[in-house]
Design a protein around this ligand. Sequence first.
Ligand SMILES: Nc1ncnc2c1ncn2[C@@H]1O[C@H](COP(=O)(O)OP(=O)(O)OP(=O)(O)O)[C@@H](O)[C@H]1O
Length: 244
Amino acid sequence: MTEASKPTVVVDNLHIDYKTFASGKAANDRRALMQRQRGVRVVHALKGVSFVVHEGESIGVIGHNGSGKSTLMRSIAGLHTPARGAVYAASRPALLGVNAALIGDLTGDRNVMLGGLALGMTPSEVESRRDDIVDFSGIREFIDLPMKAYSSGMAARLRFSIAISRDHQILLVDEALAVGDKDFRAKSEQRIRDLREQAGTVFLVSHSMRSIMDTCTRVLWIDHGTLKMDGDPKEVVSAYKKSR
Ligand SMILES: Nc1ncnc2c1ncn2[C@@H]1O[C@H](COP(=O)(O)OP(=O)(O)OP(=O)(O)O)[C@@H](O)[C@H]1O
């Protein structure tokens, strides 16, 4: 990254709360049962996270289960309203999560069209990229079957292939690589590096430290909703490993 590179995402003192209904039934001893609380419970998922990301950076996001990584990705994608603070993005970020909405009753092929349109491509753009998308996914022989007949790995490969078929200025990848096999992961990581070289910004949430080390130029460690460390992948990953 050079000093001249432009900021693409600014996260400023971001606080995200989830309000959820607790049944109070989780408590399993008598004392806890007496104290059980029904009603709305607020989960403070992010507590004042701040950082600036520039074009050409590839940001790994690591942290223990429930630390707030997916919440951070969804916030950058604009899917949460901050309780406090703000997120600024230079263009609309594209979020690629393992839950990206494709329709199980439709064939893989129809979902390529659906997913492409959802990413803002025109029907003719999707048509022209269809072959590349299907080739990248490596599931051509299953492409005319309904997606509900796919394994979770096959579905994830197709979702990833659709999402990366388009150049994004800001791409958020949430654990999508975890389900692919070794070859697919290598291919996907290469594609992420290519996107970054085209001055894009890529965020990669992963529990695989190898994927993070192979792909990222900088790593954010999220811990209990706060940014515990931000810096060089080697240093951050090594500090994170020591904490486990
Ligand atoms: N829809 C929701 N309603 C209530 N609480 C939520 C919701 N989604 C997440 N949380 C809570 O917010 C916190 C952060 O969750 P998040 O999914 O961002 O963590 P994560 O770091 O991505 O975890 P993982 O590595 O397990 O995917 C957790 O305490 C979680 O229980």
